[in-house]
Design a protein around this ligand. Structure first.
Ligand code: SF4
Length: 413
């Protein structure tokens, strides 16, 4: 089944009707986050970096969505914008049906406990002068999660759930290893009884053996507490283990969205194919068909026209250089932004080739005209210099007078 979801040149993948009826816990629609990179004389921004550009997805309660992509694709910015650590520049974020993207900071307070963030770096995300108990208890007290006299026992209970010994309560973060610190971060996030946890690369700073412990802990807590995760990572093996669906991002856009097993078994988008071809197969006889992407990721401040991936795509066609692909449900609950799956475009490639040739011809003419104009301007300046005409500076009459006078004197002599 192939169904066009939105023809805005941008992302609008949604879950199936059945999923929508039971209500997603998080729904993101056309979310945008632009950072100003250049301002004019009056301080008004005139150029922007498109970190998150029209991203849409939804997550069902008790499930996990993985957000993957190369560094700089906008994964972390997406997580922080959902949390409102960054202001939203466009689009909407719905949490349990309530729109939170336009709420004022003070109105956001009641959602602060429902959505929590686990940071990438457990070393810098813990205050060094507070004990573990105080770190975990701080938000519990601020948000009145339990009565004051029960805070101590409650914190010990949360610590136990996260695999932290009770004697750690009075110790400081520097006394712990990376894995233990990440457990403290997880305990701090879970102490306020969140419903949604945004995990921003939670294991990338840890050793492989510790990574497995933390991932198992997160999975266990998800089952016991019914948590929903937005799991941001570039480690595809980890994402495969913990998520139910995967969203692939490139230059701030969603390239592909689908169930984890579908994305791993048959990725559709050429970018996803390249990304997933690098996942190691635990079978010595299996042959790896690694697809190497050439070139660097373009600047999000000046993304390429048409498909943002066209500068690195081995299947690039002329239409890709002109028109941004729309989102298609290429298979059930499997969305992709690529012209290769758009039957209408693929049936009319000849037309787009002709359009592209025409565009190139017009562009070449414009460039030739511009070069000729520059050449003429340069030629005039050279002529002016050669003929001795004044180019700049004060009038030369006086100088000429002096010269004339000296010539006259020579003649007289
Ligand atoms: S739209 Fe074209 S350039 Fe973009 S991924 Fe598909 S084939 Fe490649």
């Amino acid at each position: 089944m192939e169904e066009m979801i939105e023809n805005n040149g941008n992302a609008m993948p949604i879950l199936n009707e059945e999923a929508q009826e039971s209500g997603p816990i998080l729904k993101v629609e056309h979310l945008k986050k632009y950072f100003p990179i250049k301002r004019n004389f009056f301080g008004k921004p005139v150029a922007f970096l498109h970190a998150v550009d029209d991203v849409s997805f939804s997550v069902m309660p008790g499930t996990a969505i993985g957000v993957v992509g190369e560094s700089g694709c906008g994964k972390t910015t997406l997580g922080r914008t959902i949390l409102r650590l960054y202001d939203v520049d466009g689009g909407d974020v719905f949490f349990e049906g309530a729109e939170i993207s336009k709420l004022k900071k003070k109105d956001l307070r009641k959602y602060r406990t429902d959505i929590q963030l686990i940071f990438q770096d457990p070393y810098s995300s813990l205050p060094p002068r507070m004990t573990v108990g105080a770190i975990i208890a701080e938000a519990v007290k601020v948000h009145h999660i339990v009565p004051k006299n029960e805070v101590h026992d409650y914190v010990l209970d949360v610590m136990k759930q996260c695999g932290l010994q009770p004697q750690y309560y009075d110790r400081y973060p520097h006394e712990f290893s990376g894995g233990q610190r990440q457990r403290i971060c997880i305990a701090r996030a879970l102490a306020v009884k969140p419903k949604l946890v945004i995990c921003d690369e939670p294991v990338s700073a840890l050793d492989v053996s510790i990574q497995a412990q933390i991932i198992n802990l997160l999975k266990e807590l998800q089952e016991t507490m019914g948590l929903t995760y937005v799991f941001i990572s570039h480690d595809l093996s980890v994402v495969k283990y913990i998520t139910d669906q995967i969203m692939v991002m490139y230059l701030g856009n969603v390239m592909e969205l689908g169930k984890t097993e579908d994305i791993f078994s048959h990725p559709l988008h050429p970018y996803t194919q390249a990304l997933f071809s690098a996942v190691p197969i635990p079978d010595p006889d299996a042959k790896m068909n690694r697809i190497i992407l050439e070139g660097d990721i373009p600047s999000p401040a000046n993304p390429p026209k048409g498909c943002k991936f066209h500068t690195r795509c081995s299947k690039c066609m002329n239409v890709c250089r002109m028109i941004q692909p729309t989102y298609l449900e290429a298979e059930e609950n499997h969305f992709v932004a690529c012209h290769l799956y758009n039957e209408e475009i693929m049936a009319d490639l000849g037309k787009y080739d002709a359009m592209y040739e025409e565009e190139c011809r017009i562009q070449a003419e414009k460039e030739a005209e511009e070069n000729a104009r520059k050449h003429r301007k340069g030629g005039k300046q050279q002529d002016g210099a050669a003929s001795g005409l004044p180019q700049s500076g004060p009038p030369q009459d006086g100088t000429n007078d002096v010269q004339d006078g000296s010539e006259e004197k020579e003649e007289e002599g």
